[in-house]
Design a protein. Structure first.
Length: 269
């Protein structure tokens, strides 16, 4: 029988736990550790900054503070995004020896289940340009990935709804006219399950997602709990991911464009 994958279902969790949990499991990963998939949702909104991004080049620090939105820098790639309870997170933490050696193949394997989940719901979903999950050429999920210690990590979400207005307001932009254009581009190019299907029960989608991960990976998922040591490490990691030093890690280089999706970017002029 194939080795089971550890399934951690946090459910509604404090915002910081939904970021620190995959970091904690990744940092402790060895070739003898169980691979893990985490399913969770944040109980309050926050912003997640990609590892290679500059805070002040991407986000308006004052607006984030005014809206009382915490910001955490994750240790994997992808872009800055607004996260809240209207999203299911799926976080795959696998030992690097048990995934393909090429990043495109890693994303194809670990994102197959979210794509299949959307298809089971009747949507025309596909994986576009390595790691963009789309429905009818509109983005319906955010994804990112990277390596932390010995672990390969792929994280993502499925959007039940999305706060376009808040995302547009916290971006650092050269003018309000640019912000208006960015807001319009968000609405035109990012879709949600609610927009596609109307109201749908989140537990139903979670169940399908777990079933599809077991099918896609050919391994059973075994429900498990976090250990006390993992919970303690999560608290330690929180201090790092929210520290001024780590948030300011990257240089304040001016980006050349604002990425809306894999198909759409708006150039700064």
């Amino acid at each position: 029988m194939p080795e089971p994958i550890r399934l951690i279902q946090l459910g509604f969790a404090p915002y910081w736990q939904t970021q620190t949990v995959f970091h904690a499991l990744a940092e402790a990963m060895t070739d003898e550790s169980s691979d893990a998939i985490i399913i969770c949702r944040p109980s309050s909104p926050y912003l997640s900054l990609g590892f290679h991004q500059s805070f002040d080049a991407v986000l308006d620090r004052a607006e984030c503070a005014r809206r009382q939105l915490p910001v955490m820098r994750r240790q994997v790639g992808g872009g800055a995004t607004y996260l809240d309870a209207n999203q299911i997170f799926y976080q795959c933490v696998f030992h690097r020896s048990r995934v393909p050696p090429v990043s495109a193949a890693i994303f194809a394997r670990l994102l197959e289940a979210p794509v299949a989940t959307l298809r089971r719901l009747g949507l025309n979903a596909q994986l576009h340009e390595v790691n963009e999950i789309e429905v009818d050429e509109k983005r319906i999920a955010g994804t990112g990935g990277g390596q932390i210690e010995e672990a390969c990590v792929v994280v993502g979400n499925l959007l039940f709804d999305f706060d376009y207005e808040t995302m547009a307001q916290v971006w650092r932009v050269p003018s309000e006219a640019f912000r208006d254009l960015a807001r319009e581009a968000l609405r035109a190019n990012i879709t949600t399950l609610r927009a596609q299907l109307g109201e749908i029960a989140i537990p139903t989608v979670e169940r399908i997602l777990i079933e599809e991960y077991a099918r896609a990976l050919g391994r059973p998922l075994k429900l498990d709990q976090l250990t006390p040591a993992e919970c303690e490490q999560m608290r330690n990691i929180r201090e790092k991911l929210e520290s001024e030093e780590f948030l300011n890690l990257q240089s304040t280089a001016s980006p050349k464009s604002l990425k809306i999706s894999a198909r759409v970017s708006i150039d700064y002029v």
